[in-house]
Design a binder for this molecule. Sequence first.
Ligand code: PLP
Length: 423
Amino acid sequence: MIDNYRHILKLSNRCYVNKLINKFTFADLIKYRKKNFQINIDSKMKFGTKAIHAGQEPDPSTGAIMTPIYQTSTYVQASPGDHKGYEYSRTQNPTRHALEKNLAALENAKHGLVFGSGLAATDAVMKTLQPGDEIISTNDLYGGTYRLFTKIFEGFGLKFHFVNMTDLENIKSRINEKTKLIWVETPTNPMMSIIDISGVADLINGKNIKLVVDNTFSSPYLQNPIDKGADIVMHSVTKYIAGHSDVVMGALMLNDDELKDKLAFIQNASGAIPGPQDAFLVLRGTKTLHIRMQRHSENGKEIAHYLKNHPKVDKVYWPGFEDHPGHEIAKKQMRDFGGMISFTMKDDSVEYATKILERFKLFRLAESLGGVESLSGHPASMTHASIPREERLKSGLKDSLIRLSVGIEDAEDLIADLEQALG
Ligand code: PLP
């Protein structure tokens, strides 16, 4: 009897659910899918609006405002070749595509491509070159990029010249008929040198040379290299763009259709793509990029000034100072000066730097940068350990140099932490 009753209840529930589903007819679904929810992101829209909306529209089947995580490796085809534009997730994934469109909009570029890491993105750019091609890059390049160039691509016949790019003459004198690419990083890591992007673009105007700018330290909020004449912008998305120290990813943004096809081919053929879950996390990160960057810059300014007045500190490298050698160019090409600061101590020793780093409480000692939380690092023994000592000293990277990634905590607390750590 009881079993019978349960059976009747089950059936009637099923009928109720069916009724609900039937209310929303197939025709309604088609109508909903046809409705154009796309916001027309034009170049006049301001950064924050683009950060929140570009590349994203409500999910056509449910209306979900957040881009779904399409956690799938493959897509069903009705008949061979009859599909909805998606075949296999190494080649295409809707969550990744939404992110690529979003990042392109933030760099005022036509195309965006994302990779498994910043170095994977750099690797893809290098694979567009041929043995014998020459590349000019900066002499205080991020250590991992330097390692990729010298330890991997030199072995495949590419030739690199590392010069002090703050003087454009050093670049000009290296350009020859084999030069195919100029790789700029500005501000540089960790010396915060500023390279004049428009100046470099002018040098190669009309020549068959591509200009790539690693824009990781600025983020697209502070600087848009394509507007200054760069061909490709590269980002370690891991840093400010993702912003929460929970993702490793890289990106390339560019306008040139042919070059984009070449890079998309490499992205698929070499296969260094990020997963959809990470693409989702970065889409969430970019929604607050403008707000985070404003706070990073405000805190950066307070801390840079505090350090400059500290009796034990020797030099502070931050492009917002009027006496920073690149200040005027930074003012021209950046919207603000960000939260990356390096400083050296009057007692220039690894031992003293180590002591300070061990005493930090809020400035956690860790590789990486650009997250909401403040971090500290010792480039000579961490990020730049792969650069020979004599090479790094030439660019001012001393033994005591400490790099800070100033987070978005309250500046007073960060200053109190510096106060106790410097002793
Ligand atoms: N470029 C810069 C300026 C970096 O700081 C980093 C990493 O620290 C990279 C590139 C490499 O990016 P990823 O670690 O995402 O491969």
